[in-house]
Design a protein around this ligand. Structure first.
Ligand SMILES: [Fe+2]
Length: 342
């Protein structure tokens, strides 16, 4: 009996030691989108997670900090940002059977430098009252001079739009994509402004009929953002979600992902967190808290996504993430050339 008690005390002491362990993150993702998972990781492992939320300039910051950087991991949306970190030589390779098993091959860097954790589609949300079902089926139609509907869209140089414009470059070529962007510009109901959800707000207020939005914001709005934005419930209920280009290349997909930084001071803990984020619990939470599409096969989408977003079962553009990243520079040039709210 004494031995048993000693054993328990020993474990408790070990627990105290591991509670002092930590992992440091620089995140482009907003706190409300990642904190639930990071808190759960701490509960499960005792490893403390310190997160710095960065708005811009992560590459420059990491370069300036060099070997003295406290950061272990970077969390971000958009493959071009993941690739930019890699190109700047700020990452290190991770060899992990668990990451390889959990994340499909096309969603991992071949060199093990970055890993996709969630996917979402960039879709059209159309005013239920004003845009009949079937009236719009493709991104291309958004640039039609006879469209007859007004579009709300955030600034062209935001990562989500750069990623989508890159996919238009891939589909239509540079000139085709430029013409498309010019046409979309002419159909705007107002100057590009605000975040994704604000575009749906623009549809609700009647400034626009169509909004370009990432899928998970439909879930965020539909649930009133966990009680923080009850007015957005009506915004979500007022729109129909259209997955574009289902008859040809499919809807544009963008991603969020994680990378291990070159000078990570807490390397082992960082890899443990990367693996955890790709595992069942975190993937379930990403799906159910954020309404994103999980990358791990077999993890279900949220009931809301299942009901209103066909459970994530739609035709997705199969263009490679590497191509999207490669075209991001051209996409930025086009935004400047047509002066699309940059
Ligand atoms: Fe977002």
């Amino acid at each position: 009996m004494v031995g048993f008690i000693a054993g328990v005390v020993g474990l408790a002491a070990a627990g105290v030691v591991s509670a002092a362990e930590e992992v440091n993150i620089y995140s482009y993702r907003q706190p409300h989108l990642v904190e639930p998972m990071l808190d759960m990781f701490t509960v499960e492992t005792g490893i403390k997670v310190n997160t710095v939320y960065v708005k811009k300039g992560m590459v420059e910051r990491l370069k300036a900090e060099g070997k003295n950087s406290p950061a272990d991991l970077a969390l971000t949306v958009d493959v071009s940002r993941l690739v930019a970190l890699k190109r700047a030589g700020l990452l290190q390779t991770v060899n992990s059977i668990q990451l390889d098993e959990n994340i499909p091959q096309n969603l991992r860097d071949p060199d093990g430098n970055w890993f996709v954790l969630t996917q979402r589609a960039r879709v059209i949300m159309a005013a239920r009252e004003r845009v009949p079902e079937g009236a719009l089926t493709s991104y291309e139609q958004l640039s039609d001079p006879d469209l007859g509907y007004k579009i709300c869209m955030r600034k062209g140089n935001h990562a989500y739009n750069i990623s989508q414009i890159s996919s238009m470059v891939s589909a239509l070529g540079r000139e085709g994509a430029k013409k498309w962007l010019e046409g979309v510009g002419k159909n705007l109901g107002r100057k590009p402004q605000g975040n994704d959800r604000a575009q749906v707000g623009g549809v609700y207020s009647g400034e626009c009929d169509l909004a370009i939005v990432n899928t998970y914001y439909f879930g965020k709005m539909f649930t009133g953002n966990g009680g923080k934005n009850p007015e957005q419930i009506a915004w979500a209920k007022g729109v129909r979600v259209i997955f574009p280009n289902q008859g040809d290349r499919g809807a544009h997909i963008n991603v969020s992902g994680v990378t291990l930084l070159k000078h990570a001071p807490n390397r082992a803990n960082a890899i443990r967190l990367m693996e955890w984020l790709s595992g069942d619990m975190a993937q379930y939470m990403y799906a159910h808290e954020n309404h994103e599409f999980p990358v791990k096969i077999g993890v279900p989408t949220s009931p809301l996504v299942t009901k209103y977003l066909s459970g994530g079962r739609f035709k997705a553009d199969s263009v490679s993430l590497a191509k999207i990243a490669e075209y991001s520079r051209v996409a930025s040039e086009l935004v400047a050339e047509v002066n699309f709210g940059s």
